[in-house]
Design a binder for this molecule. Sequence first.
Ligand SMILES: Cc1cc2nc3c(=O)[nH]c(=O)nc-3n(C[C@H](O)[C@H](O)[C@H](O)COP(=O)(O)OP(=O)(O)OC[C@H]3O[C@@H](n4cnc5c(N)ncnc54)[C@H](O)[C@@H]3O)c2cc1C
Length: 296
Amino acid sequence: MKPAPFSYFAPESLNAALELAAEHGYDAKLLAGGQSLVPAMNFRLVQPTVLIDLNQVDELAYVRETEQRGLRIGAMTRQRSVECDPLVAEVCPLLAEVMPHIAHPQIRNRGTIGGSLVHSDPAAELPVVAVALDATLTVRSNSGQRRVPALDFFQSLFTVDVAAGEMLVEVEFPPWSARTGYAFQEVARRHGDYALVGAAALVTLGEDGLCERARLVFLNVGDVPMEARHAAGMLRGQRLTEELIEEALNVAAEEEIDPVADIHATVAYQRHLARVLGRRCLQEAEARAQQIVEGR
Ligand SMILES: Cc1cc2nc3c(=O)[nH]c(=O)nc-3n(C[C@H](O)[C@H](O)[C@H](O)COP(=O)(O)OP(=O)(O)OC[C@H]3O[C@@H](n4cnc5c(N)ncnc54)[C@H](O)[C@@H]3O)c2cc1C
């Protein structure tokens, strides 16, 4: 099908885009990479009467290191640019590791980091990474800007904290402690498909080898990224034995996620995948942290 008729604007600056967004409010949609929006328009699932194309707003495409050795990434940065940027691999290796799991290179060539975060598909990888890494998202309108923690940004199915007239302009990933290991795992029916279930983990070890801090977040087992906060809390101050990880994963898989059965996976299978992927992630993240502690 073809989309319903719409007026098209291609502003060349952020200010001009924000003016248009303010003027057209709920009637307008912002066009980033178009990889989710255009199919939805073609199926007439969304029918904006105004399309504001951000592809000429060059000031929204960048990857920069912060003074604290975190990362700031502009909303219009292509997913493929994030994937290939050596600074991302160095400063935010979890993000670099996750990028190849998103769709296919052709889609990542067009798809943007901001588009994926705002689209907020429960099976998307970037929202999970944003929550796992405690990212902060900057949302701007022509009357000001506000910074939203990732945990609050993702509100419900395909719904984020961005109002009509507002735009996501930047995502900031803060640095994690030096002795932190990370891991990401997912199961998809074919490479490039949206995942059935996925997990991201971060483990920070103390110099004594005990877990100082842990983070475990799942994708596609709830409307938004599902943080297993209690499970991660069980690991704090402990040595990560197989038994403890199993115990924590039982809590995560039975109490902290909210899977819904679909044609590909029953709830029981999704809980099973969460257990398996969560365990693998925690073990891999711990092993990476251990290497850092031992200076390998
Ligand atoms: C075949 C296929 C497979 C895919 N597989 C995966 C996958 O495995 N994992 C995955 O995560 N994604 C997957 N995707 C989606 C892909 O990552 C998209 O790129 C992403 O979801 C949307 O990014 P975009 O830049 O294309 O945004 P668009 O499609 O242009 O926009 C998406 C939504 O975000 C809004 N928007 C965009 N930018 C902004 C902004 N700066 N501020 C406010 N609102 C904004 C738009 O108005 C729209 O509502 C797949 C897509 C396809 C077509």
